[in-house]
Design a protein around this ligand. Structure first.
Ligand code: FE2
Ligand code: FE2
Length: 164
């Protein structure tokens, strides 16, 4: 069965989403570490979805998983400007976007929690979506090809393994 992705596609067309991604692209132009634009969101979405499918937790949540993934880092530009943690900012900026795209209120709550939890470790008491976000965020990194391995606080040799 194919799940509708209409709201996710609407989200990607939203002027505020596009504006946030443009700001992030601009501010990360010279960044040697992983970037946080559209492609990162797409990678996290696909990995988190595959992971949750494998665990039998994806169910009807495809739109929710993709929305959370595309929005989890949209507050990065604020962190670059003010130092505020981007997980919190991203959740705050995500709310009006999700409402504008007619996500149901239970979906919105799940997505905001997933976004807030994406920087926590999977051993913590996370929701299934938060755990998937945190793991997919790490697994989405192309550490094998990365020239910044030696300077990256995130790098560990296990991340050179392909999981999804
Ligand atoms: Fe993040
Ligand atoms: Fe991320």
């Amino acid at each position: 069965m194919l799940h509708s992705m209409a709201r996710v596609n609407q989200l990607l067309e939203h002027e505020d989403y596009i504006r946030y991604i443009e700001k992030i692209n601009e501010l990360e132009k010279k960044r040697c570490f992983c970037k946080h634009g559209f492609e990162h969101g797409l990678n996290v979405a696909r990995i988190a979805y595959a992971y949750m499918l494998e665990k039998g937790e994806a169910g009807p949540l495809k739109e929710v998983i993709y929305a959370a993934a595309f929005l989890h880092d949209i507050g990065r530009w604020v962190e670059y400007e003010t130092g505020e943690d981007h997980a919190e900012v991203s959740a705050r900026l995500a709310l009006p976007l999700l409402e504008a795209c007619s996500f149901a209120s239970e979906s919105v709550q799940m997505i905001l929690t997933g976004i807030r939890e994406h920087r926590q470790h999977s051993e913590d008491n996370l929701t299934p979506l938060g755990e998937a976000m945190a793991l997919a965020d790490d697994w989405s990194r192309d550490c094998r090809q990365c020239r910044a391995q030696n300077q990256c606080y995130k790098f560990n040799p296990a991340m050179k393994l392909i999981m999804y």
